[in-house]
Write a protein that binds this ligand. Structure first.
Ligand SMILES: [Zn+2]
Length: 187
């Protein structure tokens, strides 16, 4: 046994040049390349660690910002992922009010920004939605209950669970027929 005279053709894992290895486990063409690779590995690990600690830091910062109703412009940048310029433009155009808590202490309200960047839950009513409560297009709860032989409690539950819009007129609660019929009598 001992050294094999056979040379094994390989590619260096650092410089990627072909070389003849003495053993199957040789990975680098030279000591230089093997040291370079070790250094690169170490740097990568360090970078990763730094990145993770940065993420941890910003998570902490974000959590902290989120507890305050008024935030600075640079905090708004972090929280909403928009640029300083955008925020200043929003303030200048009057879309959000700026609150001055002293010199160089411009604060914006988190709620103001949230309402700008969160989609409105029910946008403009469609024509169909407008006509939902026109006489003839809606039932009262007791009409639903009579028509579909369901007790009023069940009807109310269904309305709530399916988030069906209702309208109260005096002591009557109206619900659009189209939603109710879809549930009880799907076509
Ligand atoms: Zn090499």
């Amino acid at each position: 046994m001992g050294f094999s005279k056979l040379k094994i053709p390989k590619l260096c894992e650092f410089c990627e040049k072909p070389f003849e290895a003495k053993t199957v486990s040789t990975r680098f063409c030279s000591k230089y390349c093997s040291e370079k690779q070790a250094k690169r590995q170490k740097n990568l690990a360090k970078e990763l660690e730094e990145k993770q600690s940065f993420l941890k830091q910003s998570a902490k910062k974000i959590a902290q910002i989120q507890t305050r109703p008024y935030i600075s412009v640079s905090e708004a940048v972090i929280l909403f992922g928009i640029s300083k310029d955008t925020i200043h433009r929003l303030i200048k155009s009057g879309r959000i009010p700026a609150h001055n808590f002293g010199q160089r202490l411009t604060r914006v309200s988190k709620l103001d920004l949230e309402s700008l960047f969160t989609p409105v839950e029910s946008p403009l009513e469609t024509e169909e939605e407008k006509s939902d409560f026109v006489v003839g297009n809606c039932y009262t709860i007791s009409e639903v209950s009579k028509k579909y032989k369901a007790n009023p409690g069940t009807v109310n539950n269904l309305i709530r669970r399916n988030k069906i819009p209702t309208k109260q007129v005096g002591s009557f609660v109206y619900v659009p027929k189209r939603y109710i019929d879809e549930i009880f009598d799907p076509k």
